[in-house]
Design a protein around this ligand. Sequence first.
Ligand code: G
Ligand code: G
Ligand code: MN
Ligand code: NA
Length: 257
Amino acid sequence: VDMENALRQAITKQQFQLFYQIQVDTQGYPLGVEALIRWRHPSKGMIPPSDFIPLAEETNLIEMIGQWVLETACLQIKAWADCSFCQHLTIAINVSAQQFKLNNFVEIVQKTVERIGIDPAKLKLELTESMVLINVEDAITKMKQLRALGFYLSLDDFGTGYSSLSYLKQLPFNQIKIDRSFIVSATFDSIDAFLVHVVISMGQKFGMDVVAEGVETQEQFELLEILDCKAFQGYLFGKPMSGGDLENLLVNTPKSS
Ligand code: G
Ligand code: G
Ligand code: MN
Ligand code: NA
């Protein structure tokens, strides 16, 4: 209950912060970032989302937090519009099942983006297989509406859930994010390397971009390039960092031409 109350007050006390982790192309040029929330707790210090998102979901506080994340990401996109080395970047946000299942989810996202005044194509919404499978019909309807409005949809943590290929074919995702667990094992398990290759080929066939998550070593990066992966995210390129740190990093990184 203490934790719940603290969480309830965290927004008004401005204790949340978005960290950003870059996603790069084969040349190492930044394509965009994933926004990852942090809670700067007055006494406990920096709390990672794994320690408070589950509680936020149980208590429905996730709706409020999700709205804060959405607005903060949109405001960041808007702020970057005037910055020559940031203006091309997309921001991906993690959507929780509770937000996605709201009847007015599409309207909420659309209204927020419209009010702040950014290009919806700059905002990527990360959904997971499990939240889409709760109600596939409803998910498809919402996803089609979001696509029609110009939003970009990513399938997060791909490979860890239970979705079948027949669902994937029907779901209008722009992008598949291959879960870190496959990237970790691909360099020493040839079956996992093959699975990564299959996902990349499937993405190409379906016209979906594919991002490898959790790339930590040069060896993983080189293998992924051989497997024809075109986009990468992981500690090898950058850990999640504050907006200020990210801007400093980008000033010193050449842009893709
Ligand atoms: O870096 P990391 O510890 O930041 O993130 C851990 C988990 O928390 C990931 O599964 C990520 O999807 C989730 N997460 C991070 N930020 C958010 C957020 O803004 N909203 C939701 N719903 N989940 C988030
Ligand atoms: O939303 P998702 O569940 O994909 O969240 C991404 C999580 O993976 C975050 O907790 C983020 O901090 C973490 N992460 C990102 N890159 C790496 C990496 O290279 N190695 C490890 N171990 N974790 C990573
Ligand atoms: Mn994610
Ligand atoms: Na993931």
